[in-house]
Ligand binder design. Structure first.
Ligand code: B12
Ligand code: SF4
Length: 489
């Protein structure tokens, strides 16, 4: 069969991580490509962030039998739009969606243009789905998959079998060979993504990652990880594990194996501050083998908030961690979650904390009830809804307040953009594309300032991006405030 896998572009540009902000390799699709190729299928990946105009051309020339689309919550409407488009241009194709949002909220995809919704770690179910399609036998019921029936209902094949991380083949990076030099995160270009574990034993309330994996923590075999690293041509590698360093013994063994293999890369990875402080020997080894930058989920500087987030860390520990990383010569990107309940005083305290503690690369997200967290169990409190009563998922990019702000919304956003403006200098010095005069910043990125987008202006589900309302007048005010790209937490 001919299989086309699509990474969506944003339907409209967002502030923060627009498609120009950071575009990294479509690792999920590369995993799917790997099993499809092993089954003897012809596979193509279309990354619409890099090739926004190639959809029709690709559909018409590839004539796919199966089209798979990935995406986050903010992509839901775009994913549906893409499946609808596939139905029109390549009606022979079976459409399949997957990813975190599809796992937690499959009901968003139970529409005529979608044939199958793969939940959870999708590689195993996708492989069986392809086998059944190729054999021309009914797909349903298939464990881990919602399938559309003839009478348009969706049936679920039940819980997928236990996930075995070493049973899946490594991602096939060659499928995107032509795109690889263009993948970047901030000033790290080109960059490869790689996964050594998945899941997290912690239970932070704002985070959906541990729920996606049912609270389990899966570790890949160290030899296989080393083998995969050795195959990566890019100098920069981002370890996309939810929390790679949590098992310090394993990370020590992995670091030693990388050292013994003489591999030479620059690594960027998430790390909890307590893990970092408790295992300085492991961190020093990783620094020596190329760990250049860590991503600390500081989350908040207020102890009461840290407790309510169940983060299990305190403000003093954060300060100690930042100081120690500096002493050890490891650069740190630190994410701060800005609560919609912040007033001017909290914004001021946050800015002061960042200045006082010399945080090199602060990044900011707005506290968002993302699917899979208790705050998203009912949609109470979510301000922006689609006509079908579901939230306007496009705003769930962690850069829009989707719940009530304590300050008037415009004041809140002015304070929020102010944080980016205050701390843009470090990004400019590091060579971040948004902060260079000749950089990538396109007018529409800054024009789409969320403060200007009122619920009344939301496009109904399924509208095309170019049908979006024209920018409201006040959008120009943010024209000089550019937000750096940042990894999500
Ligand atoms: C790497 C990463 C990034 C990178 C790279 C993304 C890229 N490829 O360009 C960068 C830094 C650019 C990024 C940006 C953002 N990210 Co991000 N990112 C991640 C991270 C750390 C890993 C994702 C990954 O590659 N995992 C490895 C792959 C193999 O796993 P996977 O995607 O889950 O795919 C598996 C299954 O889900 C399934 N599957 C997935 N898709 C499909 C499709 C089909 C057809 C099938 C069958 C199966 C299937 O099978 C796959 C293989 O098993 C996750 C957190 C995490 N640890 O998961 C956040 C995460 C995905 N990001 C998140 C967010 C919010 C963002 C941003 C909006 C942040 C922001 N405000 O700027 C932007 C959006 C950028 C954009 N335009 O797409 C959220 C999404 C939450 C949600 N429900 O929407 C996450 C979960 C982090 C969080 N906060 O909890 N991100
Ligand atoms: S925020 Fe980090 S430590 Fe907390 S549950 Fe999520 S992945 Fe784990």
């Amino acid at each position: 069969m001919r299989i086309l896998l699509i990474y969506p572009n944003c339907r409209r540009e967002i502030i923060g991580y627009g498609d120009e902000g950071a575009i990294a390799e479509p690792l999920a699709l590369e995993y799917l490509a790997s099993v499809a190729i092993a089954l003897g299928h012809e596979v193509q990946i279309l990354d619409l962030r890099l090739h926004p105009d190639k959809l029709d051309l690709t559909l018409l020339s590839a004539q796919p039998d199966v089209v798979g689309v990935t995406g986050y919550s903010m992509h839901v409407l775009r994913m549906l739009e893409l499946c609808r488009h596939v139905r029109r241009v390549a009606p022979q194709a079976t459409t399949v969606v997957g990813g975190h949002h599809a796992t937690i909220m499959p009901e968003d995809f139970q529409v005529p243009e979608v044939d199958h919704i793969v939940t959870g770690e999708g590689v195993g179910p996708f492989q069986i789905l392809l086998e059944r399609l190729a054999a021309d036998v009914p797909v349903a019921p298939l464990a881990g998959v919602w399938s559309r029936t003839e009478d348009a209902d969706f049936v679920f094949g039940g819980k997928a079998p236990a996930f075995d991380i070493d049973a899946i083949p490594p991602p096939n990076r060659a499928v995107v060979a032509a795109d690889r030099s263009r993948y970047f995160i901030d000033w790290m270009k080109p960059i490869a993504l790689m996964r050594t574990t998945v899941g997290c034993p912690y239970r932070c309330s704002f985070c959906s990652l541990w729920r996606i994996m049912d609270g389990q923590y899966h570790r890949r075999d160290i030899d296989r990880v080393v083998e995969e690293i050795a195959s990566i041509k890019e100098r920069n590698i981002f370890l996309v594990d939810d929390e790679p360093f949590i098992n310090a013994k394993r990370m020590l063994a992995l670091g030693q194996a990388i050292q013994a293999a003489g591999l030479d890369h620059d690594y960027f990875a998430y790390c909890r501050i307590d893990t970092f402080m408790n295992h300085l020997d492991v961190m020093a080894l990783w620094r020596d083998i190329g760990l250049k930058r860590l991503f600390f989920g500081v989350e908040t500087i207020f102890d009461a908030e840290l407790a309510s987030y169940q983060k299990r860390q305190k403000r003093d520990e954060i300060i100690a961690g930042l100081n120690m990383a500096r002493e050890m010569g490891i650069a740190v990107m630190s994410n701060f979650i800005v609560s919609p309940q912040y007033g001017h005083e909290e914004f001021a305290q946050l800015a002061r904390f960042i200045e006082d503690n010399g945080v090199d690369y602060p990044t900011f997200t707005i506290l968002t009830p993302i699917p899979g967290t208790p705050a998203c169990e009912s949609f109470d409190g979510i301000l922006h809804m689609q006509a079908n009563g579901r939230p306007d998922w496009e705003l769930f990019d962690l850069q829009h307040p989707v719940t009530e702000t304590k300050l008037p919304r415009e004041d809140f956003m002015r304070e929020y953009f102010g944080l980016y403006r205050l701390f843009g200098g470090a990004y400019a010095r590091a060579g971040h594309p948004f902060y260079q005069p000749e950089g990538l910043a396109a007018p529409h990125i800054v024009a789409a300032a969320p403060a200007a987008r009122s619920p009344a202006l939301s496009a109904p589900s399924g509208s095309r991006c170019d049908e979006r309302p024209a920018p409201a007048p006040e959008q120009g005010r943010h024209a000089d405030r550019r937000s750096p790209a940042r990894p999500a937490r």
